[in-house]
Each structure stands twice: as C-alpha cells, then as structure tokens.
Design a protein around this ligand. Structure first.
Ligand code: GLC
Length: 534
C-alpha cells in the first residue's frame, strides 16, 4: 500500500513511535480483551494524537502464558485478537492515515506448544532436536549450568520423557531457539518475509541479546552489586547467557532480510544496556538495528546533573550515522507517572519529545496514567506471581485504556481482563481532550510542535549547565535554536544564568503567555518546563 504523505526529510522511523499493548487498547466483542477490530475502531486516535508509527506487542497465535510473548504459530493471529483478515484491514486502516505498522518479533523462544518444540521434545534423535537447547544434567545430576530465568527460577527445565533439560530464558513455556542452527535462522527469516509481504513496516525484536549465548554454555559470573530484595535473576551477570560475540551475525542476517523490502522497514531491538554498550547494536557500518532501545532515562536518578550526564554520554558514544531513541515507558516497566508523580510526568514527556532521536511512547503515558492497583486475586502476570515481593509483576502498567467517562471507560462492554487504568473519568481520553491543560492536550501540542520544528527531532543537542534542579539543553539546526528548560523541582526557580538572556517562549507545560518575549532571570513555576526559541 502506498502512503499519501511525502516522507519528511530523513527517514520515517525518525518520527514518533507509539506502543500499543493490544490486550488493553480496545475490545470490540465484549470479551474484555482488546482486539484488532478494536484497534481499527480507534485508528483515528493515532492520527489525532500525531504519531508516525505504531508498534504492537504480539497478537499471534499463543497459549497466552506470557500474554502473547509465547508464540505457537508465528504466521497467524490469535483468535482472541481476530483473524488475518482483521490484520489486513488494520494495516490498511493505519496506512490510509499515514501511520506505519511495526510488529513484535519474538525470535528467542517459541511456546512449548509450537509444533517445532513439540517435535523437538519427541526424542533425542528428532530432526528438530537441535532447534532448541537440550542438555544432559550437570555433575551430580544437577542443572546444566547456573543460568537464571528472567521469569524466576533456573533457566533449565527437565523433560522427563527424554531425560534432558531444555533452556528457557523466560518462562518454562517459552523455549529458547538455537540460532546457531541455520535451519532455525531460515525458518525465523521466513517469518519476517511473511509479514513484510503482508505490508508491515518493521519489527521490534524481543529480547534480541538472548539470541547469542555462549556456545559452551558456561556459567554466568555472580553480580557483585546484588542486593537483598533484588529479583533472583539479578544474582548473576548475564555475560554468558546473552549478548555473545556473534550477536551481530544474527542481527545482520535479520537486517539482510528486511533490507530486501521497499519502504525502509525498521528494526527496533529490545536491549537493556548502559549507554556505553548500546552502540555496538547499530552494527558494523550501521548494518544492524536501526533503533536499539535506550532505556537509560528509566534508570537515571531524576536530577539535573545525572540526567544531563547520561544524555551527553549516550550522544557521545553513538557511532557515526547512528540515530538515537528514547523510552520512558513500556509494557514491562512501572508507569513513569508513578515513578515521578503526575507533575514530573509532564516534564518527562517534554524531555522525551524534545531530545534528538526517535521517541517511543507507551500507550496511556500521554494520559499520565499511573500504575493501577490490582487486587491480589486478579494478578495475571506470571513473572510477578513467580517472584512475589520483588516488584517484577507487570500488570499495573498493562491495564486497559480509559477512553471515555462511562464505567467501563469505552474499553469493553464485558469484564475487562485487568482493571481499567486511571482514576476514573478525569483520566479518560474524552475528559482530557476537552481540557486544554491536560496531560493529553499537552502531549498532543508537543507532538505537533515537534512535527513543525525539525530542530526538535533532528537538531544537534548540547547541554546547558544551569544552577539547581533545572535540566537545560539547546537544540540547533541551521538558524533555528531552541532552549529546553525543565524544572525538576516542586518549587519555583529563577534562572540566574546568563545563557538565556532573550528569546521567545514557544511552549510551556503550564498556562503562559505564548510568544511572550523572554528576558534574563526567567522564573520557572514549580514543575514547569518551557521551550524558548533563541
Ligand atoms: C521481553 C518482553 C516481555 C516478555 C519477554 C519474553 O522482555 O518485552 O514482555 O515477557 O520478552 O518474551
């Protein structure tokens, strides 16, 4: 399908990407679970909001033990979400609005119900045996090694039928594929082709670093920074169980497939790495991931100095020609508005949308949604249930989108699979659309500003060291120069810096006289962020 809008200068994936968790976006058939028809019903929302692409968490055939990240057929849609026909209609609906479609590609593991694994576990001699990691017990009948599952417990599960263990980096129902086997790579490349031929515009690659495990499956070393209360998997450093040296061969193979298709398909990769380590994932001569995800804002103390340092460090280590990206939320992380509070969540949004690179925006963060409290009997996420008390449960950030002011928030007519997110009617899209000062209105206005002012996405970034807790930086592109000043404190702060002596106020998180001239000693209100054209 051809897209009407000429491409903005640069590449389409340099725009804004919005993540949808399909179970929680819109239900169309009253079963309490979001679905593809529901997404079609809400297609106008994406263009109204002003995003360029939508990344969908998985909706493929799955026993749903990890709610779709355990896939039993990569080439079909799970009936709870709809059909391939619905999928085609959804792609058409989004493309008609110039919104690109990015799918979640889960290459590290299949469901234990996938025909490949069912074959593989049949016998030690099975032709698909080597598609997964099967190992004998370690010395004294123990586990093959000390690898820890990110979903709790060991990464090894004994299969009594053949007396060997198989490896699972996540749940025991998510069995790790052996990417060193060329037949596995071929089959998984075919998955990419299948969806590219159906018109998708790219993929977010799940747990990509896990594809490259140490060939000798050596133990992981202990983590010297492990603290009581940390999740059990943090006892070890994932040095041998992931991010092995040949990872870029696997990524390069995937890139080779998508590069064969028109429309500049994108590869986003889930990498939880520090700034210094991300660069490698762009690959030699940038033939790796287009956007290795950068989660560093989530880990950095919410203070001006460390934030400036981490942004600067990331900018400094990016390889030549690499395009940055930024994340402040996803389906695995506590909501930013719970971490920082509602007021600072607005500042975080302004930061996300005024840094150089692609912002990846998680559904509901534009409403300032906080973690939803889930009554104990209603918890669904097996990660949380397996590791109680460690904060690993992900239900609170996956709750259904509140669309309107009715009791079920317009999400469903049935019983929602998790409680509706938000604190009632005032959190909803309907309420916030009508309120000019809402988080939603602010986000939408910022997105429009970013679209109209290329300096905000493409301009160079330089820090503006300011006193106290004001995070400041300047973006420059040609003659255009914008200063962004974010008050990280809940108290007013007057800038004594001589850096900003004049300019024009372009944007504020607060009610302010837009276009008012800015003079020296500008005072920022508590929790206020401003953009000034210099
Ligand atoms: C990724 C996903 C997470 C999932 C896991 C296993 O980390 O983001 O939601 O549980 O991989 O697929």
């Amino acid at each position: 399908m051809s897209l009407k809008r000429p491409l903005a200068p640069g590449r389409w994936w340099q725009g804004v990407i919005y993540q949808v968790y399909p179970r929680s976006f819109q239900d169309s058939n009253g079963d309490g679970i979001g679905d593809l028809k529901g997404i079609i019903e809400r297609a106008d929302y994406f263009s109204w909001l002003g995003v360029d692409a939508v990344w969908f968490s998985p909706f493929f055939t799955s026993p749903m033990v990890d709610f779709g990240y355990d896939i039993s057929n990569y080439l079909d849609i799970d009936p709870s979400f709809g059909t391939l026909d619905d999928f085609d209609q959804m792609v058409a609906a989004l493309h008609a609005r110039d919104i690109r479609v990015i799918l979640d590609y889960v290459p590290n593991h299949t469901s234990d119900q996938h025909p490949w694994f069912i074959e593989s576990r049949r016998s030690r001699e099975n032709i698909k045996r080597d598609w997964y990691f099967w190992r004998d017990a370690g010395p004294n009948g123990g586990l093959p090694n000390n690898w820890q599952s990110l979903a709790g417990g060991s990464s090894w599960e004994l299969d009594p039928h053949t007396g060997q263990f198989y490896c699972h980096t996540f749940l025991k129902e998510q069995c790790d594929l052996n990417w060193r086997n060329p037949a596995v790579r071929d089959a998984m490349h075919d998955v990419l082709r299948f969806w590219l031929e159906r018109g998708v515009d790219g993929f977010r690659i799940d747990a990509v670093g896990c594809l490259a495990k140490d060939p000798a499956l050596r133990d992981d070393p202990p983590n010297p920074d492990f603290r009581p209360g940390d999740p059990p998997f943090a006892r070890n450093l994932m040095v041998n169980s992931a991010n092995g040296k040949d990872i870029m061969e696997f990524v390069g193979g995937i890139r080779g497939v998508v590069d064969g298709y028109p429309g500049d398909p994108v590869l986003i990769g889930e990498v939880y790495l520090k700034t210094g380590e991300i660069g490698a994932y762009y690959g030699p001569e940038l033939r790796g991931l287009h956007l290795p995800t950068n989660f560093n804002l989530l880990w950095t103390p919410w203070k001006a100095k460390p934030l400036l340092e981490v942004i600067g460090a990331y900018e400094a280590v990016l390889p030549r020609g690499a395009w940055p990206d930024w994340v402040i939320g996803n389906h695995d992380q506590p909501r930013i508005a719970s971490r920082l509070g509602r007021e600072q969540a607005r500042i975080a949004m302004m930061l996300l949308l005024t840094l150089r690179g692609t912002p990846i925006l998680y559904y509901g963060d534009e409403l300032g949604l906080q973690n939803t409290e889930i009554p104990p009997g209603k918890l669904r996420d097996p990660f949380g249930l397996n590791m109680p008390g460690t904060g690993q449960g992900r239900d609170p950030e996956r709750c259904p989108m509140p669309w309107d002011e009715t009791p079920k928030a317009g999400f469903t007519t049935g019983d929602p699979w998790l409680p509706i997110a938000g604190d009632g009617p005032r959190s909803s899209v309907q309420f916030q659309r009508a309120d000019k000062s809402s988080m939603l209105s602010m986000t939408r206005n910022l997105l429009a500003l970013r679209r109209n002012e290329p300096v905000l996405s493409r301009g160079s970034w330089s820090p503006l060291p300011l006193e106290d807790e004001v995070l400041g930086y300047v973006r420059s592109l040609g003659k255009s120069r914008f200063a962004v000043l974010l008050n990280l404190e809940n108290k007013a702060q007057r800038l004594s810096s001589t850096e900003i002596t004049s300019g024009r106020l372009v944007f504020s998180t607060h009610e302010r006289d837009r276009h008012a001239p800015v003079k020296q000693n500008l005072e920022l209100a508590a929790n206020e962020g401003v953009i000034i054209a210099l």
